[in-house]
Design a protein around this ligand. Sequence first.
Ligand code: PLP
Length: 395
Amino acid sequence: MLNPSAYALGANRSCIRDLFEYGCQRAAVVGRENVYDYSLGNPSIPSPKEVNEAVCRILADTDSLQVHGYTSAVGDYAARKAISDDLNARYGVNTVPEEFFLGCGAAPELVSVFRALAVPGGEVLAIAPYFPEYKPFAEEAGLKFQVVPPDVPSFQINFPALEERVTPNTQAVILNSPNNPSGVVYTRQTLEKLAALLEKKAGEYGHPIYIVSDEPYRELAYGVEVPFLPGIYRNTVICYSYSKSLSLPGERIGYVYVPRKAADGEELYAAVAGAARACGHVCAPSLWQKVIARCAQLRPDLESYDRNRKALYEGLTQMGYEMAKPDGAFYLFIKAPGGDANVFSQAAKKKDLLLVPGDGFGCPGYFRICYCVSYEMIQKSLPVFGELIREFENV
Ligand code: PLP
């Protein structure tokens, strides 16, 4: 006998993975340069050179037992202090190292936070479009997963729909800004409005409603502000990751920030640590904690992402494609010509152009482009987008 939901998750590959695998097969037949694969969000800029230098220095200068040994379950103090110091300097806040829990990337951190908040009957709200993994993370943790329909076409927050869905069982709202898949950054005004709504509802229900802020893309913003949410809403828990900001997705390193001044802050921190313990996710990779202790202040060089973003946004908009302004992350979320993103993506696939339909993101009728690819691929693929929109205009 097996756990049926675990089996279903393992047996059914995600649509993104399927497309990626298909792209690899096609590349073997027609050549890599003839497949326009916009499916997967694997960073395409190298880690800052200081990161690689830090790795070399740590390996050369530190006793190997110490480099590769277990750290404290919540993470090395030096790494937590470096993160805390960096946030304090950037945002003028007063975090302390004891508020940070070093994790193995945003995914397991979200799982731990959801498990920490999973009371009987508890619900969590995700704002469409959203990262598809939130659903299994929340449901396997024991929370009911509820979706707030999108705010079209800006992809900020649909407040009337959100307000309808907040109930006495609402434990948390998941936010992801800059957003995967829309590339939208929530404005300060949107976040202040959200904070006011949640404060009002929490007051009515007599218990806190947390914001779980999933922030792997915080550093990927192109000339717009990404506000530090705990400064706007006290009951914010951050799940941060270095997967995209330092191009380290394979190294599995990030942190959870639980402010002490949040409601039940110290207990919530303990519950997050306890949930991580129950999942076997304590003691994040030791070498990478040491790297973060030296590199927490580094930011990515966004020049090549920005060039890709502009080429696609301008090129596609001129052709007649419609999308919200992509101010962050490395995604565009585009309205499918003809209205059905699955039909459109199938037609694109026949031209070796791989686009992810928006259904899995809670937003049918749109498709996602992930532009951490080469500029040359973008240039070669633009005429194919042109052919497609013309075909669908004539339907
Ligand atoms: N959240 C979002 C919105 C993501 O896009 C991703 C990965 O692509 C994750 C979480 C998981 O990131 P990590 O590699 O840090 O586990």
